[in-house]
Design a protein around this ligand. Structure first.
Ligand code: HEM
Ligand code: HEM
Length: 178
């Protein structure tokens, strides 16, 4: 199996690991899909039940992040031997969730001029998500040698609380409770 940065010898750079290239490919695919959705290169505007597919994607991405993050925190400490499964699930699961949420963002930002979105919590949430993905990526692959790992990790973890606070308000606004 291709070595990961954590267990790789010092002469193996992140660029020689498969998880780096898979993460990068997922990230670039997310950007292309978001632009494609926003500029209507393709159309995925259909309903499943009462909601549009992009609305379901937002729910799936949000629920995965909201549930897996505390699960990872607890299981990592109770079952350290499972780290080889927990870390890739954390990385790839969160990047894929970010891709799903980006479809919702693209859908919302390109709504018809007669029904413009009420920009606010959603934009704040997207900035939080982007910060999480970038700091997670930098922490995992140590791309910037001068970046102090524990400071970057601190930022990664502290921004997680912003996700929980803002998503609750965003959902309450979305379902019309606030
Ligand atoms: C991290 C996850 C999410 C992000 C980044 C996000 C982002 C956005 C953005 C940028 C908007 C445009 C309006 C605004 O800025 O507030 C929006 C609107 C909306 N979002 Fe989300 N969203 C997320 C999750 C969800 C979830 C889980 C729901 C489920 C209820 C949801 C429901 C809605 C609804 C109903 C609107 C339309 C609000 C309006 O009337 O303008 N979003 N979202
Ligand atoms: C997008 C949502 C994300 C959230 C909410 C999130 C949250 C967290 C949290 C709370 C921790 C601390 C866990 C602990 O100390 O037990 C953590 C650690 C970490 N995350 Fe993320 N993360 C996200 C995305 C990512 C991504 C996309 C990557 C990599 C590409 C990543 C890589 C890491 C790494 C390498 C650690 C340190 C591993 C460790 O020491 O346990 N994260 N993350």
């Amino acid at each position: 199996m291709t070595p990961t940065p954590q267990d790789a010898p010092r002469d193996v750079t992140p660029y020689q690991t498969s998880s780096f290239w898979i993460s990068l490919a997922l990230f670039i695919t997310t950007a292309l899909l978001s632009f494609g959705k926003a500029y209507r290169w393709f159309d995925i505007r259909f309903r499943i039940g009462n909601y549009f597919v992009t609305h379901w994607l937002a729910w799936i991405g949000t629920v995965f992040i909201a549930v897996y993050t505390p699960l990872y925190y607890v299981v990592k400490r109770r079952r350290p031997r499972w780290m080889k499964t927990l870390i890739p699930t954390h990385m790839f699961g969160n990047i894929i969730s970010f891709a799903f949420i980006s479809m919702h963002l693209a859908q919302q930002l390109t709504r018809p001029a007669q029904f413009p979105p009420d920009l606010g919590t959603g934009v704040a949430l997207f900035i939080v998500m982007l910060t999480l993905v970038i700091t997670g990526f930098l922490h995992r692959f140590r791309i910037i040698a001068s970046l102090v790992p524990h400071q970057n990790r601190f930022l990664h973890i502290s921004v997680t609380s912003a996700f929980y606070i803002v998503i609750i308000i965003h959902i309450l606004q979305g379902i019309g409770t606030l």
